[in-house]
Design a protein around this ligand. Structure first.
Ligand SMILES: *[C@@H]1O[C@H](CO)[C@@H](O)[C@H](O)[C@H]1NC(C)=O
Ligand SMILES: *[C@@H]1O[C@H](CO)[C@@H](O)[C@H](O)[C@H]1NC(C)=O
Ligand SMILES: *[C@@H]1O[C@H](CO)[C@@H](O)[C@H](O)[C@H]1NC(C)=O
Ligand SMILES: *[C@@H]1O[C@H](CO)[C@@H](O)[C@H](O)[C@H]1NC(C)=O
Ligand SMILES: [Ca+2]
Ligand SMILES: [Ca+2]
Length: 415
């Protein structure tokens, strides 16, 4: 049974929703929430595929499955063997995707209402519980897993065999806010994904933590490139260091972006969920994209730095503040950092939970606690890497306080 691998692919995508929301410990939503939405999309896509290509579901799935990169294949097989027969039987019974997922218990009728994504078919809507039980009895292994899961809450797609491995991998990817490859621990990497160069400028020497993008040029970079802008050495005609000659008076400026709403560029390509647009090409880079948490920092407003090489799933060109800084002044090369969610990491290391940094009503934007923490992280980063922007601590501060108190006399705005 290899036919239902596509299901695993798409369910992988659903996992992404799950893992990305579960790392914030957000609520699961009603009617089964993201589990239900994921399942319904999967089954709906299966039905469409068979329809569009006028072939058996198994055939269609086999074809699509071949589009997947190797890394996702084994878990797909495991999952296919587990759930394939169940889904096939459900589809053969002509139930709508909503009902199929209700039968599988990924969707439920919270408060007596059912939320549906697809048109209700006459057949199969509002199946009585006895029919569902009879159906599930044929699949004791599935039921035993459902039962196990329901001890801890609702059935979760991430608990299913095969998908579990994918979710574990994603969990690992999604919980990492520092580069996976960083031999000298300076926060900069030579690998692209896993919080690497897609997120922050490339480390030009991963064995020396004094050399990284945004570092201060040491000895004017006469013999080594310590700020990783690619500029070093001496001009043989003037005898001056190139860093001094070309960059010294140029006021080079990098960009560091914090705060999820500004920097995270999370979105799922519609081509992954549309049976008519599925092709090998739209899945070609799915591993890379997942390893970047579907956040596309390399194409984002703030830190974008590569041409859009996915015209089939990302529409439009890249333009970014970093790109413009670079065009304005070549000395700014590589000096970008997309470090938004590090605030969550720091908070969690202090024993907090992600949801404590989110406004409870809109469920997305950061609250005052997060704003303050972001300011602290931003300040520390400035202090460490760009103290020259801030100017020195004024040695006369104490004297000023001595003479002028808190200076409120001169200002109508107390703070
Ligand atoms: C779909 O496939 C069947 C069997 O292969 C064939 O008889 C039928 O004509 C096809 N329908 C269309 C619309 O191509
Ligand atoms: C590391 O890089 C800095 C700056 O380029 C340099 O001064 C230092 O000697 C280097 N250290 C080693 C061990 O190479
Ligand atoms: C993007 O494409 C343009 C034109 O093809 C090319 O000149 C430029 O070097 C590319 N930029 C990057 C970062 O690859
Ligand atoms: C500043 O000083 C004034 C006058 O001494 C005092 O009334 C006020 O409470 C002080 N404000 C703050 C924020 O400490
Ligand atoms: Ca380094
Ligand atoms: Ca340099």
């Amino acid at each position: 049974m290899t036919g239902v691998r596509l299901l695993a692919i798409i369910t992988t995508l659903s996992c992404v929703f799950l893992v990305s929301t579960s790392f914030l410990n957000l609520g699961r939503g009603i009617n089964g929430g993201t589990n239900c939405a994921g399942c319904t999309l999967v089954v709906g896509l299966l039905e469409q595929l068979a329809d569009v290509h006028n072939e058996t579901i198994v055939k269609a799935l086999e074809r699509v499955c071949l589009m997947l990169p190797a890394k996702l294949q084994t878990p797909c097989d495991v999952f296919s063997e587990f759930i394939g027969p169940i889904i096939l039987e459900l589809i053969t019974q002509d139930s709508s995707p909503d009902n199929a997922c209700r039968t599988l218990r990924f969707c439920n009728d919270d408060g007596g209402r059912q939320c549906v994504l697809f048109k209700r078919t006459q057949k199969g809507y509002s199946k009585p519980h006895s029919t569902i039980s009879k159906f599930l009895k044929k699949y004791p292994y599935f039921v035993s897993i459902l039962h196990e899961i329901s001890q801890t809450g609702d059935p979760k797609i991430c608990e299913l065999p095969g998908i579990k491995d994918i979710c574990l991998w994603l969990d690992d990817v999604f919980n990492r806010y520092d580069p996976a490859v960083d031999l000298d621990s300076d926060g900069f990497s030579i690998a692209e994904t896993l919080r690497g160069t897609s997120w922050r400028g490339r480390d030009c020497d991963d064995s020396n933590h004094s050399r990284h993008p945004g570092a201060r040029a040491i000895d004017s970079d006469t013999s080594y490139d310590s700020n990783c802008n690619g500029i070093y050495g001496k001009d043989p005609t003037t005898g001056k260091a190139y860093e001094d000659e070309f960059c010294g008076q140029s006021q080079p400026k990098g960009i560091a972006v914090l705060g999820d709403s500004v920097s995270a560029h999370f979105h799922l390509p519609e081509e992954w969920f549309d049976s008519q647009k599925l092709s090998e090409d739209v899945f070609k880079d799915i591993v890379f994209i997942l390893e970047n948490e579907i956040d596309w920092p390399e194409l984002s407003t703030a830190t974008g730095h590569v041409n859009n090489s996915w015209p089939n799933i990302v529409h439009g060109k890249m333009d970014s503040i970093y790109q413009r800084l670079y065009e304005r002044n070549r000395c700014n090369y590589g000096d970008y950092q997309n470090i938004a969610v590090n605030v969550f990491d720091i908070w969690k290391k202090q024993g907090g939970s992600g949801w404590q940094l989110i406004e409870p009503v809109d469920g997305f934007h950061t609250n005052q606690v997060a704003q303050a923490l972001t300011a602290q992280v931003l300040w520390d980063n400035m202090l460490k890497n760009h103290a020259d922007f801030l100017g020195p601590v004024n040695p006369f501060n104490d004297k000023i306080t001595q003479i002028f108190g808190n200076q409120t006399r001169l200002s109508s705005n107390y703070f």
